[in-house]
Write a protein that binds this ligand. Sequence first.
Ligand code: HEM
Length: 162
Amino acid sequence: TVELNPTLLPLEWLLGTWECDEPGEGSFPTIKPFRYTETLHFSHVGQPVINFMFNAFHAESKKPMHRECGFVRMQPGTNRVAFIIAQNSGLVEIEEGELTGQQLSLQSQQLARTSFAKEPYVKQICRVFQLRSDGKLEQTVSMATDNQPLMQHLRITYRRSS
Ligand code: HEM
């Protein structure tokens, strides 16, 4: 195993594999509420970069649904964190924000999509990762679209599986 790049020590708690604890809850004013499961993988190869994959599945049928992958970087000597993300829906994004204790609060800075992406378009994404005192990780995602203001889309908790 390669030693963690010291730049990333403040984010060491994120590394590993996280399985959802119980199904996550999805909602938005324009859609039917739904449940999903999700596995997160955060790893590194010694670079000052974390590699990640998020794979979500239908809670009942277990069919693959939403997928994201990308990289996490930290601005050395600061608490500024950037997520560089590609989603299977055709969306790519840069999210930036701050690490406060074991909470990461991120806001989209740049969004781009394929020319043939379905509407409505996402206009803004806010995401929070929090390592709770019981050792569980929680992720919430809010978004704004062409026709809806910023509102929660996802909420899920995970337990560490390795
Ligand atoms: C719907 C974006 C993650 C499941 C939507 C819609 C958007 C969206 C724009 C359409 C809303 C509308 O029609 O008004 C995103 C973004 C995500 C994300 C930006 C990540 C940052 C997820 C995840 C799941 C999921 C992890 C888990 C399975 C769904 C479902 C719908 C939906 C089931 C409703 C049906 C559909 O339109 O496909 N999402 N989503 N989404 N999303 Fe997400």
